[in-house]
Design a protein around this ligand. Structure first.
Ligand code: FAD
Length: 378
């Protein structure tokens, strides 16, 4: 196997502690969280204490001042254990970076240290009932009225939606301005007029709270604008490669775990007097999966290296997201097949992972949108 070279020994030491943390603090409770539709608040606080949140955010801004590879470790270890309810990456690698990059000194000071400690859980609300891929068409508005913006609209499918204390809301400050009329706002839970809808019933990722959010005449001080008015769309485009890389990293780690579960299972399971692994079909399928995952791993690690050097471009991040999540779904499907009927039973990690994986091709920009992005660069 091609050795991984992207992580240092410090990252690997961190990996051990992350794995132990998840094994003791998350794995035993995940089935209950699936029933509850969300993880516990305590998990967030403990993760904050252990240094699992906001790793790549500079210390001066209230983060841990580590690098993105520490986040990649957290993503990989959660994915390997099938902890799809843990929304840390959305928080640390997607939402909080907006505050760090575009927020004022006062916004950073107010929110980021609490995001790092796990006291504040964040979400980012782009998608609306009427529009997802076509972000320029969001209908939520933010109208300046004196010293306040008045926000009206609704969002859906928002990760961490039930638990979120702070939401980055994408809204139009100039509804006729298209992309140039889009701005980002920080809206705190509890602000009058801001309500959380139902925790949505999903096919997988059952311990992840994914919600509708409603904004009715929500008044926020104009200081809650994130960055400059009208720059929201540009900010989103700048930050999406990290989100897409994060999804690719999780996809491959999860598929690698599925390969391992399937190797273990097929070696144990007997049919026609031998182990299922001994059938040539099984061995060939597993050989194909191992090969494709090795190819993906090398590609994703190279993307990580590029990202560390600020050289990961938008089309390459889109390639990683689309190709790795397609591969993840293909691998999971083969792994379920090799488990036979047990692969369809919820108590088997491979069944859960199969259900969890499907959305990876849909969120963070659908894989069709990824192909649009790639094709525009050709
Ligand atoms: C579990 C989950 C978590 C999510 N978390 C968040 C979150 O935290 N924050 C957030 O804002 N959103 C989130 N989303 C929303 C997600 O990003 C959107 O669902 C996604 O972007 C697709 O938008 P849509 O559902 O409106 O589908 P549509 O945009 O209506 O797409 C429907 C189909 O048309 C295709 N299509 C659309 N446009 C084109 C085109 N130009 N060319 C080719 N095909 C096209 C799509 O690929 C898709 O197959 C989440 C969704 C889910 C399911």
């Amino acid at each position: 196997m091609i050795p991984r070279t992207v992580f240092s020994s410090d990252h690997e030491i961190f990996r051990d502690s992350v794995r132990k943390f998840f094994e003791t603090e998350a794995v035993p409770f995940h089935a209950q969280w699936e029933e509850d539709g969300q993880v516990s608040r305590e998990l967030w606080r403990k993760a904050g204490e252990q240094g699992l949140l906001c790793a790549p955010i500079p210390e001066a801004d209230g983060g841990l001042g580590a690098d993105f590879l520490y986040s990649a470790v957290v993503i990989e270890e959660a994915a390997r254990l099938g902890l799809s309810g843990v929304g840390f990456s959305l928080h640390s690698d997607i939402a909080v970076p907006y505050i760090q990059r575009y927020g004022s000194a006062a916004q950073k000071q107010k929110y980021i240290p609490k995001c790092t400690s796990g006291e504040i859980v964040t979400a980012i609300a782009m998608t609306e009932p009427g529009t997802g891929s076509d972000l320029q068409s969001v209908k939520t508005t933010a109208v300046l009225d004196g010293d306040e913006y008045v926000i009206n609209g609704s969002k859906t499918f928002i990760t961490n939606g039930q638990m979120a204390d702070l939401v980055i809301v994408v809204a139009k400050t100039d509804p006729k301005g298209g992309a140039k009329g889009t701005s980002l706002f920080l809206v705190e839970a509890g602000t009058p007029g801001f309500t959380k809808g139902q925790n949505l019933h999903k096919v997988g990722m059952k311990a992840q709270d994914t919600s509708e959010l409603f904004f009715q005449d929500v008044r926020v001080p104009k200081e809650n604008l994130l960055g400059q008015p009208g720059m929201g769309f540009i900010y989103l485009m700048q930050e999406l490669p990290q989100e897409r890389l994060s999804v690719a990293v999780g996809a491959i780690a999860n598929a690698e775990a599925a390969l391992k579960w399937t190797l273990d299972y097929t070696r144990e399971r007997k049919a026609f007097g031998r182990s299922v692994f001994d059938f040539q079909n099984t061995r060939f399928k597993l050989a194909e999966i191992a090969t494709e995952l090795q190819i993906a791993r090398v590609f994703v690690d190279r993307c990580l290296e590029l990202h560390m050097n600020k050289k990961l471009d938008v089309p390459t991040a889109a390639m990683a997201k689309y190709w790795c999540t397609d591969l993840q779904c293909k691998v999971l499907d083969e792994c379920v097949q090799l488990h036979g009927g047990y692969g369809y039973m919820w108590e088997y990690p491979v069944a859960r992972a199969w259900a969890d994986a499907r959305v990876q091709r849909i969120y963070a920009g659908t894989n069709e949108i990824m192909k649009e992005i790639i094709s525009r660069s050709l």
